[in-house]
Write a protein that binds this ligand. Structure first.
Ligand SMILES: *Cc1c(COP(=O)(O)O)cnc(C)c1O
Length: 450
């Protein structure tokens, strides 16, 4: 059997080789490399294998079939690459294997995540005494936040969800933008809201809530707003919406999976004016901050309310309002906030601002390149998302399919005003001007001829 140290040395060497070559890999694997993944479709081994053999199988068959989202010319979804600082910290965190549920399990993780939380509130300019739970995703953190919102609104009406349960409770309504992200719909389904208790707020031509058409809001309403609509990158008009909703006693939650990071740049922060008055916010580390998966945060203005909803108190693990186990869905958990700490420590305030500005400026270049090729750009490109589509949907689909099949660069499909579109997202720290040009060249190669 290969020794642990030899095995880790080999894994490190393979990881280094991969990262060293990531700039030159195609963005999406070739058909043959994907077909070779059949090598994994074997029965459970009856006998033990040398761990080096397991590692070699991964490297031989999976490495070539990876999507190069950790590279510079992958423009799909809003994925983000991995910063060297965050990736290196995460490697050490894996070796530590801390159970970072509370201080009692890992004083080191608790100390570092406490600082990471404080830095996040500083750079995102949110209330400095808010709670920050490091969860797996904006979905899981959004679920934690909206569960907190429901508990809090019910408690204000004298209904304790903990003792009285959901059956017979006063109805809580949720208002979401027409362009709401699919994961918010998933959260509401999992929490059992039901379509009858969800009101859709009509949006304007840019995908933002139109305040003049807002459904009725009252003290039984959770209003979900967006910082960074996933197609257009646009922002709801927070200032008036939040002020008016809170005057009615509503809870305002902001889904800022990537767009909340606009606050880190003085050039883009104005897009989020008033957002700091919300009651809860979610954002990802694994998108714009370029930390490894899975990493996101649930931020709650009143941390006691979050801990009341999410606490995992036990005779052997009592209630610490600051313990991570009381602020997210997870109990046992990896210390994912350490990668956030490392990214922020290495980049500093100016480095994060530069990253945000890089994404946005490169998106502007992509949009210019598309327009120069005669491709209509459907959004204003206020952030990092570029939405394109021909009048003739068939042409849009053809171009997208051809670029995806070639695989040199990659981006995905979208829909806007009921029509087929394609969407380019810049969110990798590795992306340079040459990669923007490479993307435009790929699009040019596959322009529809008719
Ligand atoms: C990606 C995204 C989410 C979900 O985030 P996950 O971390 O993938 O769960 C929610 N809202 C928006 C706007 C997103 O872009």
């Amino acid at each position: 059997m290969t020794s642990e140290i030899d095995l880790l040395t080999r894994a490190d060497a393979l990881a280094r080789d991969y990262v060293a070559g990531v700039r030159n890999r195609r963005a999406f694997p070739a058909v043959d490399d994907i077909a070779a993944l059949d090598a994994f479709d074997i029965p459970l081994p009856e006998q033990s294998n040398d761990p080096a053999q397991s590692l070699e199988l991964l490297n031989r068959y999976a490495t070539p079939a990876t999507v190069t989202s950790n590279g510079p010319h992958y423009f799909g979804f809003v994925i983000g690459a991995v910063l060297p600082s965050a990736a290196a910290a995460d490697r050490l965190v894996s070796a530590w294997d801390q159970c970072a549920s509370a201080n009692v399990n890992s004083p080191a993780a608790a100390a570092i995540e406490t600082t990471a939380a404080r830095w996040l509130l500083d750079i995102l300019d949110l209330p400095r005494d808010a709670s920050v739970g490091f969860g797996t995703s904006a979905t899981a953190c959004g679920l934690a936040s909206i569960a907190t919102a429901r508990n809090a609104l019910l408690a204000r009406q004298g209904w304790s969800l903990d003792t009285m349960g959901i059956a017979g409770s006063p109805p809580i309504r949720v208002v979401v933008p027409a362009t709401v992200h699919v994961t918010i719909k998933k959260i509401l389904r999992v929490l059992g809201f039901g379509d009858n208790n969800i009101a859709i707020a009509p949006t304007d031509a840019h995908g933002r809530i139109d305040p003049t058409k807002l459904p009725e809001i009252d003290a039984s309403t959770i209003l979900c707003l967006q910082a960074g609509e996933v197609n257009t990158g646009e922002f709801d008009p927070f200032d008036t919406l939040i002020r008016d909703a809170q005057a009615q006693g509503a809870w305002v939650h902001v889904d800022g999976a990537f767009g909340l990071w606009a606050r880190a740049s003085e050039r883009y922060k104005h897009l989020t004016t008033g957002i700091e008055h919300a009651d809860s916010w979610t954002t990802d580390g694994h998108k714009w901050l370029n930390t490894p998966y899975d990493c996101a945060v649930a931020i709650c203005r009143d941390g006691r309310l979050a801990a009341e909803t999410l606490n995992a108190n036990a005779p052997y693990a009592d209630s610490e309002p600051t313990a991570q186990k009381n602020l997210t869905l997870e109990f046992s958990r990896r210390a994912r906030g350490i990668a956030v700490w490392a990214a922020l420590h290495t980049l500093g305030r100016s480095g994060v601002a530069a990253l945000v500005e890089q994404f946005c400026q490169q998106a502007t270049l992509l949009a210019e390149g598309c327009r120069d090729l005669g491709i209509p750009v459907l959004n204003r490109v206020v952030l990092n998302q570029v939405l394109c589509g021909f009048d003739n949907e068939q042409q849009t689909r053809q171009l997208l399919a051809a670029v995806q099949q070639e695989g040199d660069v990659w981006f995905g499909s979208g829909q806007w005003n009921g029509k087929a579109a394609f969407r380019l997202s810049v969110s990798s720290w590795r992306t340079e001007r040459a990669d923007i040009d490479r993307c435009i060249a790929a699009i040019r190669r596959h322009l529809p001829t008719s």
